[in-house]
Design a binder for this molecule. Structure first.
Ligand code: ATP
Length: 203
């Protein structure tokens, strides 16, 4: 029997580009979305091997007495230390990729029309190797900053600081199979997503 396959799309983009919004629109059309950052957070608490590796690398302060991940501590450890951030990601990413492969298998069996892997660090984690196509969502930097400030109530400088950790829009766009310009209204975005969904799910 031939192995079942599900069409897969990686979705990425810089902070505030609209990745999550795009993925929610795909979901309304029937796609299944695997949110890599959510899965990473879940595994950092739930996966025993990963917990052990994080404790060994970053010390006992990595977890709170109640067993939850000590996000504030880890964020402080990696925010200004690129090497520490690289080490943390190197521990977490393989677990996330493994979880995605499992979901991909289940989605194929369930005949899901389109499986999406949403990841801020799609290329950096190697997750782009696990999908058929990559969609990059983009918008002008000033617009992205405005949207994140409005969404999270943080200062524009903090949004810019986070951008420093990410690949530039030029690099993302150069590696994309599809680019979605999120410069218009949410209704325009919905129409763009719908057109792409139809293209990707055409038999
Ligand atoms: P992050 O990298 O922080 O996870 P993201 O790329 O997932 O961000 P979203 O959360 O989807 O971005 O979008 C950022 C904010 O901008 C959200 O509040 C969203 O509702 C809003 N937004 C996205 N696209 C549009 C649009 N076309 N018009 C108006 N608001 C938008």
């Amino acid at each position: 029997m031939a192995t079942l396959k599900v069409p897969t799309l990686g979705v990425t983009g810089g902070i505030g580009s609209g990745k999550s919004t795009v993925c929610r629109l795909f979901e309304t059309l029937g796609a299944q979305v695997f949110y890599a950052d959510e899965e990473a957070k879940r595994l950092m608490t739930k996966d025993r091997a990963l917990r052990r590796a994080i404790l060994d690398a970053f010390g006992p302060e990595s977890y709170l007495p109640n067993g939850q991940l000590n996000r504030a501590y880890l964020a402080a450890r990696v925010f200004h230390d690129a090497e520490a951030l690289r080490r943390l990601n190197a521990l977490v990413h393989p677990h996330v990729l493994k979880a995605f492969k499992q979901v991909r298998k289940q989605a194929a069996q369930a005949k899901v029309p389109l499986l999406i892997l949403e990841a801020a660090l799609l290329f950096e984690s190697g997750a782009d190797q696990l999908v058929d196509h990559v969609l990059v969502v983009d918008a002008p930097e000033a617009e992205r900053i405005r949207r994140v400030v409005a969404r999270d109530g943080i200062a524009p400088e903090d949004v810019r600081a986070r951008m420093q950790h990410q690949l530039s829009p030029e690099m993302l766009r150069a590696r994309a199979d599809f680019i979605l310009e999120n410069t218009g209204s949410l209704e325009q975005l919905r129409q763009q997503v719908e057109a792409l969904y139809r293209q990707l799910t055409r038999a």
